[in-house]
Design a protein. Structure first.
Length: 249
């Protein structure tokens, strides 16, 4: 089993595949000013097993296309949709975010929590913009510096992992330069990282290693997750995901 498949196995039964929370998805919806009575066409890009998709489907009158690269995650989403009787509102599609199937100005909303970094924030907001109607909404969460200066350890870590990490003002400028009017921003609180994401990850370590017979690959994945968690607990004052909401001009 290659590393990608192992990572899928590690995350497939999780409620979410990155930091976030139902309350924060709802907060972003409010900042976006989405009309709950109007029929909306939404793309949820990089949806994973559907943590944000389910919140959108339960709270909006929407036709949602849920896009993820990994069919395994979408099978879990389909099961969750069946249990909540939301199948008629959501169409899961296994696609790359680089190759979206929409026509120009087809969408009212593009939503993406913790996934746009796969394309890069600047490239993503530029490439996705043509699919939005004029006045359409872009709502994305993106890793963001919270402080002007950072300890070298965490600075070097994120510059290695994601060189496009930047402060809030820089991200908002990217949105403005790409043709969006900023409508709102907020950082994800610590609970989105620890209670909603990292604690469930830590709870899965033992069973995952046992299921993989303590293979070297599995141990490396767990060690990598432990290091990431350690860094966040040590330096969480300096970075988080920021939720950015913009309107296409």
């Amino acid at each position: 089993m290659d590393d990608f498949q192992l990572l899928i196995q590690f995350h497939i039964n999780a409620e979410r595949q990155g930091p976030g929370g139902e309350r924060e998805t709802l907060q972003a919806m409010e900042l976006a000013g989405l009309d709950r009575s109007k029929k909306l066409k939404i793309a949820d890009i990089g949806c994973g097993t559907g943590a944000s998709t389910l919140v959108l489907a339960e709270n909006l009158n929407a036709d949602i296309t849920a896009i993820d690269l990994f069919p395994e995650f979408l099978e879990v989403l389909k099961s969750r949709l069946r249990k909540r009787e939301l199948e008629s509102q959501v169409t899961p599609r296994a696609l790359s975010m680089e190759e979206l199937p929409f026509d120009p100005e087809e969408l009212d909303v593009i939503w993406s929590e913790g996934a746009i970094y796969n394309m890069g924030f600047e490239r993503g907001v530029q490439k996705w913009r043509p699919f939005l109607k004029k006045g359409g909404i872009l709502a994305v969460s993106e890793i963001t510096w919270l402080t002007a200066a950072r300890p070298p350890e965490i600075e070097e870590h994120w510059k290695r992992e994601y060189p496009e990490i930047a402060r809030v003002s820089e991200k908002i400028k990217v949105l403005e330069d790409a043709g969006y009017k900023p409508l709102g921003y907020f950082p994800l609180p610590t609970s989105c990282w620890i209670a909603n994401y990292y604690s469930p990850i830590e709870d899965r370590f033992e069973s995952f290693l046992k299921g993989q017979n303590n293979s070297e690959q599995a141990i490396q994945i767990v060690d990598g997750e432990k290091k990431e968690i350690e860094l966040y607990k040590k330096y969480h004052d300096h970075y988080s995901y920021g939720f950015y909401i913009g309107q296409k001009l």
